[in-house]
Ligand binder design. Structure first.
Ligand SMILES: [Zn+2]
Length: 114
């Protein structure tokens, strides 16, 4: 379950960030995850709740924003949302020269601390 490793990374970064701001506790952590990372939000929440115990993030909510995969065609400029199988070819002009605009994100947007 790779969500456990991701949750560990988020928690470590949040605690590090909060430590730098000499926080007493972390109230919430906001993250953005692209759908192409194949992260399951439920599994990530489960891992988060298991890992945060005993840390300054013990009561912290993990707010996840899932981003759908979106690509842009380099030939005709068409932009479309897709899953991980249908992003290789432009549905408008059938070009294979496409650029992934979003879908592989895995980042912490903000941390709310006291
Ligand atoms: Zn196109």
């Amino acid at each position: 379950m790779h969500e456990m490793g991701i949750a560990e990374g988020i928690l470590a970064s949040a605690i590090e960030g909060a430590g730098g701001a000499s926080a007493k506790r972390i109230n919430s952590v906001n993250v953005t995850i692209g759908e192409l990372t194949q992260v399951m939000e439920d599994a990530l929440q489960f891992a988060w709740e298991a890992l945060r115990t005993g840390t300054i993030a013990e009561g912290a909510e993990l707010n996840v924003t899932m981003l759908g995969a979106r690509s842009k065609c380099a030939d005709c400029g068409h932009e479309w949302f897709h899953d991980r199988y249908s992003g290789a070819r432009c549905p408008s002009c059938e070009s294979y020269v496409v650029l992934l605009l979003q879908g592989r994100e895995m980042k912490i947007d903000s941390i709310d601390i006291d």
